[in-house]
Design a protein. Structure first.
Length: 529
């Protein structure tokens, strides 16, 4: 690899190089993924074991009521799995009349959870281990307890004021009125029981039978309209990724209803600028990337919706002539307004896994916002996402809420290819930070020759929904002032701020094996064998 092997930025992680690698945001989950591989499983098994364990050990960001999107490369082909759920059949715009936007809490923010069905689908098609074996670590941590880390404790505490009054939330996650702290052991026995039922039924328990009926009864008791038919009719879909070549690397993303096109549009615009001629820590580099990202958000948030109803063609977004015209609209000396504010903060986990047979999996699982809707069905440990908040209430928008429809989705796993061969998996958690983080990391790899760990460690910027460009503390006050002089509204964040996402990246090495990199901005780890 023509990478620089210098590590100039603040970091607390060393890269892992091995024949098989698992990276994710919580070390216990990464270890569960590695154990799956050591037991004879492949990258699909490793990703699933890690993801299932994450529902226990990182409950702020995901749970049994989450959605999943995944990209899988194996035997020279790439597959996209859409494990996102649809709106209850009884939802329509009239149900939300008088509201400015979709609810973010309670049952009226809950679409059918797709993660569990996606686990079974991925295991059936590509896994090698028995499905039940993938649950061993998750069930143990739920029943015996896991110890809460500093980052997760902080995220947990931040969500409690917002959700404390939601049905079942306090009972599950604030027992005895006390928010769990750093170093405390936390148990979720109801979740352990639900995991066991799901494992025994290959995921069917969440969609059919007593557990599904319990979920529906809770919904109806608290004003929701989720039905047994909504759960029973759910299915994951296999589809094809959308791709774009940036410099020497091809990036593959999930198609709509996901926001993967935001990465491709931004990179397609930046293709028309010689970023490598600019120092990484230059105001011009950041300005160009921020402006490209603003345009990408405008394009995607104006049009992307459930693929079954979206009127704009996907290939329009990546047309070379169109991207060149968008690039020409950037003023190199002045900031433009943010026309389509991106979504708010989110709660998401990401797993990258690769094995010695060449299978690479890019897997993302999400509550949307931290602890999702706040709904936790008593006795089950099932916490439910709030993906319904991704719908629009604008009747003219393809993403307008309707029964049986998938909402716009922020989560986006990526695969990286060179010369027609998939060489890596990348994900960055954090709602609108996901495409912004991917763009910056990919640029670090391609424009600056950074190795994967350095590309993750490098200082990041982030556009917030109010148009402010936030900068990590490493940029410094002088840099912030110079960026403001171009017309940007800028905020320099303190050291340790967690709003700049958490990345995991696996990249193939020339002589076989992989480079695994995990972000020091989260608790995660890369493990290899």
């Amino acid at each position: 690899m023509d990478w620089s092997w210098e590590f100039p930025y603040d970091a607390q992680r060393a890269p892992v190089m091995a024949d098989g690698v698992v990276c994710t945001s919580q070390p216990l989950a990464a270890r569960a993924g590695l154990a799956a591989m050591e037991s004879g499983g492949n990258a699909a098994d490793a990703a699933l074991a890690a993801a299932i364990t994450l529902t226990v050990v990182e409950p702020v960001m995901n749970g049994l009521g989450s959605d999943v999107l995944a990209l899988i490369s194996t035997n020279g082909r790439t597959y996209a799995l859409n494990g996102s759920g649809r709106a209850p059949a009884a939802w329509n715009r009239a149900r939300f009349a008088g509201q400015d936007k979709m609810p973010t809490q309670g049952w009226d923010s809950v679409t059918v959870p797709g993660a569990v069905a996606a686990w079974a689908e991925l295991s059936d098609r590509f896994g090698q281990l028995p499905f039940e074996q993938l649950f061993v670590d998750a069930k143990r941590y739920a029943r015996e307890g896991f110890i809460i880390s500093p980052v997760i404790a902080r995220q947990w505490a931040n969500q409690v004021p917002r959700l404390i009054d939601q049905p079942g939330f306090a009972e599950a996650f604030v027992p005895d009125g006390l928010v769990p702290g750093v170093g405390e052991r936390f148990r979720l026995p109801g979740l352990a029981d639900s995991l066991a039922r799901i494992a025994e039924t290959r995921g069917q328990a969440l969609y059919h039978g007593p557990l599904a009926e319990t979920l529906v009864a809770h919904a109806q008791a608290h004003g929701g309209v989720m039905s047994v038919e909504d759960l029973a009719s759910h299915q994951s879909d296999w589809t094809d990724p959308v791709s774009l070549c940036y410099r020497t690397i091809t990036i593959s993303e999930m198609p709509p209803n996901a926001q993967g096109l935001a990465v491709l549009v931004a990179l397609g615009i930046l293709q028309h600028f010689d970023l490598s001629s600019l120092p990484f820590m230059s105001v011009r580099r950041v300005h160009l990337q921020v402006e490209a990202m603003k345009i990408a958000f405008r394009e995607v948030y104006a049009s992307v919706a459930d693929a079954d109803v979206m009127t704009r063609q996907v290939d329009e977004f990546t047309s070379p002539a169109y991207l060149q015209a968008l690039a020409g609209s950037i003023d190199p000396g002045h900031a433009s307004p943010l026309q389509r504010p991106p979504s708010t903060s989110g709660g998401t986990v990401y797993v990258a896994a690769a094995d010695r047979e060449g299978m690479i999996v890019s897997f993302i699982q999400s509550n949307y916002q931290g602890f999702g809707s706040g709904i936790v069905v008593p006795g089950t440990g099932v916490s439910l996402h709030n993906r319904g908040a991704g719908f629009s209430l604008d009747p003219a928008h393809d993403n307008c809420v309707a029964g049986g429809k998938r909402p716009f989705h922020t989560i986006l796993p990526a695969l990286l290819s060179r010369g027609g061969t998939v060489i890596g998996a990348l994900g960055v958690v954090g709602a609108n930070m996901q495409p912004q983080g991917q763009v910056q990391i990919i640029s670090g790899l391609e424009d600056y020759g950074y190795n994967p760990q350095t590309a993750i460690d490098a200082p990041r910027w982030r556009i917030f929904e109010n148009g402010t460009v936030t900068l990590e503390h490493t940029f410094g006050e002088t840099f912030a002032q110079e960026l403001m002089a171009l017309g940007h509204k800028v905020e320099l964040r303190p050291r340790g701020d967690t709003e700049f996402g958490g990345a995991q990246l696996i990249h193939a090495l020339d002589d076989g094996g992989y480079f695994g990199a995990s972000d020091s901005r989260r608790d995660g780890a890369a493990y290899g064998y």
